[in-house]
Design a protein around this ligand. Structure first.
Ligand code: FES
Ligand SMILES: [Fe+2]
Length: 332
């Protein structure tokens, strides 16, 4: 049988996904996390490096994120004190005279800390990363404000949430505030990345402007949205979105604006963006995933997105013969 109505067989995609805010994890900090339907522990060593390991200790299965302690560059299990390095290998058993058994290890996830997020690389066959998340200058430049943060959890597959960025028509109908959207997608030689530009008229506290929204997308896990055209001012939003499991998604947003803009429109803009997503919520909470949607001739961005997204799934998102035979919607 295929998935029941309203559910999806769509797998968890490959790529870089944020699993924590950087500023939540101080040196010596330990956090538990659950993404990709897996339990993980995140810790920051005394030297400042972040490591992410599978959560359950190979000894008797304690969760390293519930009472684990950072000791130098290792994490100590809360149950019997075994130590694990950032590579997941047990380095010490405090009550045993022999070296730790070779099997005493857990999976270590590839980690990148960029733009205020801690990302890990998820791949269904555990292959190594084939690309990286860039550091964006706006998030370390003193002419831009200290970023504000916002997060939400949504009961949909990550693809349904990500698809919104390639759905300019929904801005008019769901959000009602962008008129006459004129949008184009620019694929890149780097397959995991694309840029999209939308031009629109925007009302701001400083007046009405012809603005351009530049959206950069790195896999299914990261999108930047820059608003240009309001004088010299810059507004930048960075949305890092991650699969908790196949039907739940966690999105973390960071906002920054140029300092000259902060008092005038920065706060209003941040407020408007984070409130706007509540309008999407009603759609997301009640929609199903359509593996084979009926698109119209004008849905060019959506058609592009559906093809582009297949690269992040096993077998490039092709439906298995079994799935086709039973009518399952298991395709990107
Ligand atoms: S369960 Fe971790 S040391 Fe025993
Ligand atoms: Fe939206």
């Amino acid at each position: 049988m295929g998935a029941p109505q309203g559910q999806t067989d769509l797998p968890i995609p490959n790529g870089w996904f944020a699993i924590a805010w950087s500023n939540d994890l101080v040196k010596g900090g330990v956090q538990r996390a659950r993404y990709f339907d897996r339990e993980m522990v995140i810790f920051r060593t005394r030297a400042g490096d972040v490591h992410v390991l599978d959560a359950y200790c190979p000894h008797l299965g304690a969760h390293l994120g519930e009472g684990g302690r950072v000791k130098g560059d290792t994490i100590r299990c809360p149950f019997h004190g075994w130590h694990f390095g950032g590579d997941g290998v047990c380095t010490e058993i405090p009550y045993s005279k022999k070296p730790p058994p070779a099997k005493a290890r857990v999976k270590s996830w590839p980690v990148l800390e960029r733009n205020g997020f801690i990302f890990v690389w998820h791949h269904h066959r555990e292959e190594e990363p084939t690309w990286e998340i860039p550091q964006l200058p706006e998030f370390s430049d003193p002419r831009w404000t200290e970023p504000r943060q916002f997060e939400l959890k949504v009961p949909v597959h990550i693809q349904d949430m990500a698809e919104n960025n390639c759905d300019p028509v929904h801005f008019s109908f769901v959000h009602g505030n962008f008129r006459g959207i004129d949008s184009e997608v620019m694929p890149s030689e780097e397959a995991h990345f694309f840029k999209a530009l939308s031009r629109t008229t925007q009302e701001t506290p400083l007046g009405t402007f012809e603005t351009e929204l530049e959206r950069n997308t790195w896999g299914l896990g990261l999108v930047s949205v820059a608003t240009k055209g309001i004088g010299d001012a810059g507004l930048m939003m960075l949305a890092a979105t991650s699969p908790v499991d196949r039907t739940h998604t966690h999105s973390r947003w960071r906002f920054t604006v140029t300092e000259d803009m902060a008092d005038h429109a920065g706060e209003d803009w941040i407020h408007a963006m984070s409130q706007g997503v509540m309008q999407d919520m009603r759609i997301w909470e009640n929609k199903i995933h359509r593996a084979a949607p009926v698109l119209c001739e004008a849905d060019t961005e959506l058609a592009f997105f559906r093809k582009w997204v297949r690269q992040f799934y096993p077998d490039n998102g092709k439906r298995s013969a079994a799935a086709r035979a039973n009518g399952s919607e298991a395709r990107a």
